[in-house]
Design a binder for this molecule. Structure first.
Ligand code: GLY
Length: 385
């Protein structure tokens, strides 16, 4: 097998993963004139197709650096989506629907980490925002600045189309087997992979982004990313029956423009077992009954599951890795759709060497080396399976 050669400065950048992050970064890089190849094993596995699409740093109750990252991403989303829509010619279903978080007591509400960013609602105001809200909820917070996007039916497809329009090479059915390293500093030099036809190949490249979602740790052992399964379902509501997203304890309802309501989600630590279970369904149905009793009568349309890529502190892994030339964009846990815009931007700027001080500051809290256990990543990545 021939040794891969060191890549020239502007050789293609590889996306190791063809989900939301891989496509979003590939698109931004292509907009900057870079040549990009996306390696995707099975596009349907992507969390971007499973998530509910909430753009909700406040309703999710994020704190500290993660809240700042989420807020910055939220600020950038309209422009980012505009660019994806312009390049693809497809609407992404971005809605400034606002998100209501209901509480059983005012004590609970006051303790909510992002309470100061929301508008307080007493029971009457809560009922006006969410007609038919369950009787157990006494007050709420309205985060009018939070919203949603139709990731599953629209954004993912639009991103794929935008990438193609910008000349990105999308390789589907490709399984990356290992990373190739060489040179004095053990730089990234490419990957070994199995093609959709089952052939083993080497793909040389000087730069890559590891954006394999919940599967990222399989490629870079030592990377603390584990799958957390979420079971979801959708209901068909009468149009406009639910004007706001409702983010209840353990269950949320996300109404799309056409009346489809996405309901999530279980949180299960069970490896990569994607089965839909009766217990998962019961949990969601119980949540729906408590949150919005009328919704129990809306027809069930679909059930599915996906895997959140979770790190020990629930924050993403972004930026440089211990391997020169390899960047990380993974571990987005519950906030992948929200963080796609800022992740694409930061990753692109880093790769192009034009990261501004604001983004550099945001990045600090999400470096891979904040986890001591990761200290051996540089060595373990030598392994080519
Ligand atoms: N962001 C919602 C969830 O992960 O279920």
């Amino acid at each position: 097998m021939a040794e891969p050669q060191a890549a020239p400065v502007h050789s293609p950048v590889l996306m190791l993963g063809g989900g939301l992050m891989g496509l979003a970064i590939a698109h931004q890089l292509a907009c900057r004139g870079r040549s990009v190849t996306v390696l995707s094993r099975d596009r349907h596995e992507a969390a971007g197709f499973a998530a509910a699409g909430m753009l909700a740093p406040h309703a999710e109750g994020l704190e500290g650096a993660l809240l700042a990252l989420g807020q910055e991403s939220l600020r950038r989303i309209p422009d980012w989506v505009g660019q994806v829509e312009a390049d693809s010619g497809l609407a992404c279903g971005l809605r400034n629907s606002g998100v209501v978080v209901p509480f059983r007591s005012s004590v609970e509400r006051e303790a909510f980490p992002t309470a100061r960013w929301g508008e307080g609602l007493d029971r009457a105001a809560l009922e006006r925002q969410v007609p038919g809200i369950g009787a157990g909820f006494r007050c709420g917070l309205l985060f009018a600045q939070d919203g949603q996007i139709d990731n599953r039916r629209r954004l993912m497809r639009a991103l794929e189309r935008a990438c193609i329009q910008r000349g990105v090479r999308l390789l589907e059915g490709v399984e990356v087997q290992g990373l190739l390293r060489g040179g004095v500093a053990g730089e990234f030099q490419g990957v070994t992979l199995t093609t959709a036809q089952g052939e083993r190949q080497i793909l040389a490249a000087g730069q890559a982004v590891l954006c394999g979602g919940a599967w990222s740790g399989l490629l870079l052992s030592g990377l603390p990313v584990e799958p957390l399964k979420g079971q979801m379902l959708s209901l068909q509501a009468p149009r406009e029956a639910l004007p706001r997203v409702v983010f209840g304890p353990g269950t949320y309802l996300v109404p799309r423009q056409d009346g489809l309501v996405v309901v999530g989600a279980t949180i299960e630590r069970c490896g990569f077992h994607r089965e839909l279970s009766p217990a998962g369904l019961r949990q969601l149905q119980r949540g729906i009954r408590e949150l919005l009793p009328a919704a129990s009568h809306w027809p069930l349309m679909e059930r599915w599951s996906g895997f959140r890529p979770c790190t020990p502190d629930a924050g993403p892994l972004l930026g440089a890795s211990g391997i020169p030339g390899l960047f990380l964009a993974t571990g987005h846990h519950r906030n992948g759709v929200l963080l796609a815009a800022i992740t694409a931007s930061i990753s692109t700027e880093l790769i192009c060497g034009t990261l501004d001080p604001v983004c550099a500051g945001l990045l600090q809290a999400f470096r891979w080396d904040r986890f001591r256990d990761c200290a051996d990543i540089g060595l373990s990545a030598m392994v080519c399976r």
